[in-house]
Design a protein. Structure first.
Ligand SMILES: Nc1nc2c(ncn2[C@@H]2O[C@H](COP(=O)(O)OP(=O)(O)O)[C@@H](O)[C@H]2O)c(=O)[nH]1
Ligand SMILES: [Mg+2]
Length: 127
């Protein structure tokens, strides 16, 4: 589960079945109220996924610069951090200032950023 699962896709659809599988596989429910959620926000290709992977030993997709500077993270991904107690869930975000999304599609960025602020115990802001 370190590679994570896509909680919300690029069109804003919530992955209900995926979350159910994630909760079962990680035994999240057994942790009771003893858990922490870490989220990261910041512009696209600023190194968010790389920073999370280095820090929390997750395996979120990172951009491979040799294969062109394309966007890797789409929507919102979550992964369990396997080596932190209490139970820690890390959330990786698509990022703001996406090239792919035009000026008109700022809604996803605003909503996903608000979601991060709302849900996370710790929000990392990557500059
Ligand atoms: N030089 C340098 N490159 C980095 C650093 N962090 C990430 N990168 C590279 O920047 C690119 C984008 O990183 P990624 O983590 O996919 O960015 P994200 O879109 O914010 O998740 C990748 O090719 C990384 O290897 C850093 O601290 N220094
Ligand atoms: Mg990323």
């Amino acid at each position: 589960m370190e590679e994570g699962m896509q909680l919300i896709d690029e069109n804003g659809n919530f992955n209900v079945d995926g979350l159910q599988d994630f909760v079962t596989a990680t035994e999240f429910a057994q942790s009771g109220l003893s858990y922490a959620i870490v989220a990261i926000i910041g512009s696209q290709s600023s190194g968010k996924s790389t920073l999370l992977n280095q820090t929390f030993h997750t395996k979120f997709k990172e951009m491979d610069a040799y294969n062109g500077r394309s966007q890797t993270t789409k929507g919102i991904w979550i992964a369990k951090c396997s080596d932190i107690d209490p139970f820690t869930i890390v959330m990786d975000f698509e990022g703001t200032d996406s090239n792919r999304r035009g000026e008109d599609d700022a809604a996803f960025e605003r909503q996903s950023t608000l979601f991060a602020l709302e849900i996370a115990d710790v929000v990392l802001i990557n500059l």
